[in-house]
Design a protein around this ligand. Sequence first.
Ligand code: SME
Length: 164
Amino acid sequence: MAETIPDLRGVPKARAYTELQSHCEAILSGIRDEVAAMATVASLVHNAFGHLWTGFYRVVEPGALLRVGPYQGSLGCLEIAFGRGVCGTAAVERRTVIVPDVEKFPGHITCDSRARSEIVVPVTGARGDLIAVLDVDSDRLDSFDREDQRGLERMVSWFATAAT
Ligand code: SME
């Protein structure tokens, strides 16, 4: 495989996500394995945008517990209860949560003290159930907006349509 990861820092987000989406689809073509897809999405998003931390927390006890999955960046905490932190909130509410300033989010879980803003996107599986959340952290305030939400939600829609 000769795919490289584009450097999309500074590229308008809508265009950046369109480009990343086609990369992702090309790389995952013919693949149905969830872990392979999580690792691929984490690597693409993390390196294309130069984020601080990008990765998945998987649902290991439905309605109760998330455990870290494929990720890029410094060490992430291993387990997060539903309802705790930004990840646990997105899991309970099954909606994307954008946090412009982590210090203003009550209960934010700090894995890396450099984190300033964050977006967490729920990941739905083929049976319509929540299988994970995708967490992206930045070392800059207010890094994420509706374009990130749209782009990341589209990218993780792979898990509802293509995963086994
Ligand atoms: N900040 C997250 C925890 C995960 S790490 O940042 C990698 C949260 O509050 O859920």
